[in-house]
Design a protein around this ligand. Structure first.
Ligand SMILES: Nc1ncnc2c1ncn2[C@@H]1O[C@H](COP(=O)(O)OP(=O)(O)O)[C@@H](O)[C@H]1O
Ligand SMILES: [Mg+2]
Length: 219
């Protein structure tokens, strides 16, 4: 039946900054386990949209439903902690922590009970557990950040241009690994990307333009 496995729904979402309408009556439904690409020109509101989906920000107007329940302002912290994993362009690792400690910090915050070492192994970095972020390559740093996000056991993984700043091959490897794990675990993933070849690997492609989404389009 249609709508039975709907994870997230945005209805008529508006967001503006300093009088500029970034998102205008935006509608979006995400099914459980779906991997979705979002494309769009720089400054069109992709990060703003991810922030709203991840409960980091609130719409000026409109509603967001998670598994059929309205997300209220007072629930956002818990929603983020229990359900959302983030991966940004900048890996956001804590410089004073080793790779393992970075992953463990994520686990501690959300009490997922996941094994940090198992998650480092999952991204192929078990042998770099004791390395600090400054001792890791860009790709390795991204892998650690991915391990940290996955160790939260998120329902929804939000990736904001996760392969920017990496060379083509490393970026492709990280995306392949991310998609493989999301598909194995049934994690819903939303990936903001500038690369059409990456967008076409997802189940769905959405183009953000003039504050709204177009289905099945790439930039
Ligand atoms: N916190 C903020 N304060 C003011 N303006 C913002 C803020 N966040 C985003 N914007 C503006 O909203 C627009 C969309 O930004 P963003 O969502 O970051 O775009 P994208 O990720 O697609 O490049 C831009 O014009 C940006 O300057
Ligand atoms: Mg952005």
């Amino acid at each position: 039946m249609e709508g039975l496995n709907r994870l997230l729904e945005l209805r008529g979402v508006c967001r503006s900054f300093a009088g500029k309408d970034v998102l205008r009556e935006l509608d979006l439904s995400l099914e459980e386990g779906q991997c979705v690409a979002i494309m769009g020109r720089s400054g069109c509101g992709k990060t703003t949209l991810l922030d709203l989906m991840g409960g980091l920000d609130r719409p000026d107007r409109g509603e967001i439903f998670f598994r059929g329940s309205l997300l209220r302002p007072g629930q956002l912290r818990r929603y983020r902690r229990d359900h959302v994993g983030f991966l940004f362009q900048d890996s956001g690792l804590i410089p004073e922590f080793t790779a393992l400690q970075n992953v463990a910090a994520g686990v501690r915050i959300c009490k997922s009970g996941a094994d940090p070492m198992e998650h480092l192994a999952l991204v192929g970095l078990a042998d770099r557990a004791g390395a600090y972020p400054s001792q890791l390559s860009g790709g390795q740093g991204h892998r650690v950040a991915l391990a940290r996000a996955l160790a939260k056991k998120p329902t929804l993984l939000l990736l904001d241009e996760p392969t920017e700043g990496l060379d083509r091959q490393t970026g492709q490897e990280i995306l392949d690994l991310t998609l493989k794990i999301c598909r194995e675990r049934g994690i819903t993933a939303v990936v903001v990307t500038h690369r059409v070849e990456h967008a076409l690997q997802m189940d769905r492609q959405l183009l953000l333009q003039d504050g709204a989404l177009t289905e099945g389009a790439v930039l």
